[in-house]
Design a protein around this ligand. Structure first.
Ligand code: BTN
Length: 331
């Protein structure tokens, strides 16, 4: 005798089947026959699907799939995700301190390339330069991606830029002509920060063991969701488009674009992406101050190098820098 299928597994299978025909009434008795379960088990499984947040309509022995919840669950993120590696293994949490920390633990214990970690809430979300990343529940996307690139560690800084490009392209599709990259990897809409990237590298000598790319996107934040110190410098996709957006859809779009950028980066570095990068960069032609460690460098931002570095014209001559915090100097 075979063991009975747990109701959750049955619910999963039923969900996959009924969501193929959204908006169409499907016969409960025909479906329970197809799944070889009693009408009672079938109805209980529908109850589980509803408890997961899916909207179903159950009328006169017929069930209609109406809507999936905008929750960052493995099922939702993975549903019709058209990637080969990135996002093919998903660890989706409700609440964590930082998805980057969980991803680092998973990577250290051998998680495969492309594994992603997401959370609905981060209680200690980390930003660059030891800042915190404000991560309110169900409003943003908090995701960390494990990559194991075959190239040497000196090429790692360009990975933040390739991620910024994938993220900018994704956000640009919601907010055309207003999306910019603040070098190296802040994404701005109309001058306000909408997304950030925290890349963390673990290497042995020149050999990269793994890179964790942590991405935070303000998607459905309302004005009140930002603490006062951020409300004038940060924004969200919802604030700009004046529409609540599907975080799951935005995340899927980003993962697909990131995989493309990553493939391109492995083959050709950033050489073929420079034109796009220049288009997104808000700095070119401006006088800027760059905090690089304890040094402050002042100059005019001339261009972006093939390795993603910022090329500055300073009083000491033309230099290129690979990281730092840039501010535009206003005359
Ligand atoms: C920055 O702009 O300073 C970078 C912000 C990066 C935030 C993301 S959210 C997911 C991942 N987990 C973290 O703790 N940080 C990154």
């Amino acid at each position: 005798m075979t063991d009975p299928v747990p109701l959750e597994t049955l619910a999963d299978e039923i969900l996959l089947s009924i969501r193929r025909r959204p908006g169409r009434a499907q016969s409960v008795s025909a479906l329970s026959r197809r799944f070889k379960v009693s009408a009672q088990d079938f109805t209980e499984a529908l109850g589980i699907i509803t408890a997961w947040g899916y909207r179903l309509l159950l009328v006169k022995e017929e069930v209609t799939f109406l809507e999936a919840p905008d929750l960052l669950t493995a099922t939702e993120i993975g549903y019709k995700l058209k990637t080969k590696t990135i996002g093919q293994t998903i660890h989706a949490y409700h609440s964590v301190k930082s998805t980057n920390d969980i991803a680092a633990q998973l990577a250290a214990s051998g998680a495969p390339e492309g594994t992603i970690v997401t959370a609905e809430i981060q209680t200690k979300g980390r930003g660059r330069l030891s800042r915190t990343w404000h991560s309110p529940p169900h409003a943003g996307i908090y995701v960390s991606i494990i990559l194991r690139p075959p190239f040497p560690a000196e090429r790692a800084p360009g990975m933040s830029i390739m991620t910024a490009l994938a993220l900018a392209d994704t956000i640009e599709s919601y907010c055309p002509d207003r999306t910019r990259i603040k070098w190296p990897n802040d994404i701005l809409i109309s001058g306000r920060k909408v997304a950030g990237i925290l890349t963390e590298l673990t290497a042995e000598g020149r050999r990269i063991e793994y890179v964790i790319i942590g991405v935070g996107v303000n998607v459905n934040h309302r004005t009140d969701d930002f603490p006062p110190e951020l409300s004038s410098i940060a924004t969200s996709v919802r604030r700009v488009t004046r529409r609540k957006q599907s975080r799951v859809e935005l995340l899927r779009k980003f993962l697909v674009r990131l995989e493309k950028e990553y493939t391109r980066y492995q083959k050709r570095g950033l050489s073929t992406s420079r034109t796009r990068m220049r288009w997104y960069l808000s700095l070119i032609g401006n006088r800027v101050k760059l905090a690089h460690g304890r040094r402050i460098i002042e100059g005019v931002a001339l261009d972006i190098g093939a390795d993603g570095s910022l090329i500055l014209e300073t009083e000491q001559g033309t230099i290129s820098v690979s990281s730092g915090e840039v501010t535009v100097v206003k005359d």
